[in-house]
Write a protein that binds this ligand. Structure first.
Ligand code: BES
Ligand code: MN
Ligand code: ZN
Length: 490
């Protein structure tokens, strides 16, 4: 990621300035440009197509520097501002001589300023080349131009963008290089700088003793054995009362479908099936960085879903962590099994909220498309809270119901529950299944299937490949439980 710096005025050594055009299309207003540079700029920019509603940035040279103007839209929102500055950075990032970018959004609203900085930083994240062992130093510095009291907001944006970068790197890593045990090493490295975060690992033996029948079954077909990773974050400065949030992430490092093997086209992106676990890991590091006053327990349910002699089968009956028996419907419905075990274990600590995130169902992708998160909750008050937090974070969480039909579908003749049963409403069925493992606690389920991956060309702040989608919502929810939804205090 680009380095982040702050200044109260545009530094003279900035080679690039990114500023904004706001207002009505008929009455555009330059934002973030000092008077000495503004003269004639708006007219010139308009000749090149610049306007508050322009979809693409306008770049023009002024006194030997680049000025990039982005349109904030008629009604600037977290999302439009994130996109605008993402596109602004994307327009210059590949130019050879770009080193110091002055980001001068001329914005004082904290949420929108955060959005501007996040968009700029997210667009500038370069995924690490697989072949290079060493992390390269950042090539760019983004200098946020804002009043001193807003620097904390810019800092917060930096932490959030960094979390997005972490998720992207993990999701982009090929599945032979990121097995469940590799994820343990990655987590170990990432938490090393935080005394407030500790980790415990469960391997096959302890998973067996603990009765984690779902995780063991799913991992059974692979030579890369499963792991349940627990991350605990305790704030150095606790508060009372203090919320305890459990985050549970699906960590299938490769989903071949198992014995119910996936067709070729569906399998190609399945290294990303650990995006939920990556989001949980990155969110906990972000919370530790921000020293959020909440207690967090993270559960990364790691396994590789492969066919093999030890693989579980359709129609197997499994005994899960909470003692329930599950009739397995399809070995490609593996996510709900590892998540069910992890949810059941997380619930044993009676946290104030169980918040799970998983690339769970192709049905979510069919229902909502790639971007929106499918949102399921145990009660309506939570729906409102999460929808708001996601919007605040610039993401979209869309509520879906757990219907009687879905509950009916998972009835089994030979076990307590069946892991599926129909293609219709598949996201709802998976959610109905997970709910059985939440012990009646407040619970939120985020289905991010297909949101984790952009198969198309890069646009604004979204690269080709891993998107990092979901982690911004997790951090927003954590911050809301820490009583800090706006970001003024961090
Ligand atoms: N990992 C997939 C879901 C998925 C699909 C994620 C597309 C990202 C993009 C999941 O494990 C899966 O295979 N689900 C099946 C369940 C079915 C067999 C009940 C599905 O949705 O088809
Ligand atoms: Mn699957
Ligand atoms: Zn899967």
């Amino acid at each position: 990621m680009a380095e982040l710096d702050y200044a109260t005025t545009i530094p003279s050594d900035a080679d690039t300035i990114i500023a904004a055009i706001s207002g009505q299309p008929t009455a555009p207003v330059l934002q973030g440009i000092p008077d000495e540079l503004a003269d004639g700029l708006l007219t010139a920019a308009q000749l090149l197509g610049a306007s508050p509603t322009a979809k693409t940035p306008t770049m023009l040279p002024v006194a030997g520097r680049r000025i990039v103007l982005v349109g904030l839209g008629e009604q600037p929102s977290v999302k439009s501002v994130t996109k605008a500055f993402g596109a602004g950075v994307r327009a210059v990032i590949e130019l050879d001589d770009v080193r110091r970018i002055a980001l001068s959004p001329g914005i004082t609203d904290t949420n929108l300023l955060r959005a501007a900085v996040e968009g700029a930083l997210m667009a500038g994240i370069r995924s690490l080349p697989i072949t290079s062992q060493e992390e390269q130093p950042p090539r760019h510095t983004i200098v946020v131009v804002c009043d001193e009291e807003l620097q904390a907001t810019a800092y917060l944006a930096g932490v959030i963008a960094n979390a997005v970068g972490t998720v992207r790197n993990l999701v982009n890593t090929p599945p032979n290089l990121l097995t469940p045990s590799d994820m343990v090493s990655e987590a170990d490295n990432l938490i090393a700088k935080y005394d407030s975060v500790t980790m415990e690992i469960m391997k096959k033996n302890s998973l067996g003793k603990g009765g984690f029948g779902g995780i063991l079954a799913v991992g059974g077909g692979s030579d890369n054995p499963p792991r349940l990773i627990t991350l605990r974050y305790e704030p150095a400065k606790p508060v009372t009362p203090q919320a305890h949030i459990a985050l549970i992430g699906k960590g299938i490092t490769f989903d071949s479908g198992g014995i119910d093997l996936k067709p070729v086209e569906s399998m190609v992106t399945m290294k990303g099936d650990m995006a939920g676990a990556a989001c949980v890991l990155a969110a906990i590091c972000g919370a530790a960085e921000l020293e959020l006053p909440v207690q967090i327990t993270g559960w990364l349910a790691m396994a590789e879903n492969m066919p093999g002699g030890g693989a579980y089968r359709p129609s197997d009956v499994l005994t899960m962590r909470n003692g329930m028996t599950v009739e397995n419907y399809n070995t490609d419905a593996e996510g709900r099994l590892v998540m069910a075990d992890a949810l059941a274990r997380a619930a044993e600590d009676t946290p104030d909220l169980l918040l799970d995130i998983a690339t769970l169902t192709g049905a979510k992708m069919i229902a909502l498309g790639t971007e929106p998160i499918g949102l399921f909750t145990s009660d309506d008050a939570l729906t409102e809270r999460i929808v708001t937090a996601a919007a605040d974070a610039g993401e979209l969480a869309w509520p879906l119901p757990i219907t009687d039909e879905a509950e009916e579908t998972i009835k089994s003749d030979i076990a307590d529950v069946r892991s599926g049963g129909s293609r219709f409403g598949g996201a709802l069925i998976a959610a109905a299944f997970l709910k059985r493992f939440t012990a009646g606690l407040p619970w939120v389920h985020l289905d991010i299937a297909a949101s984790e991956w952009n198969p198309n060309a890069a646009h604004d702040f979204v690269p080709k490949g891993a998107t990092g989608y979901g982690v911004r919502t997790l951090l927003a929810v954590l911050r809301s439980y820490a009583g800090d939804v706006k970001g003024e205090t961090h």
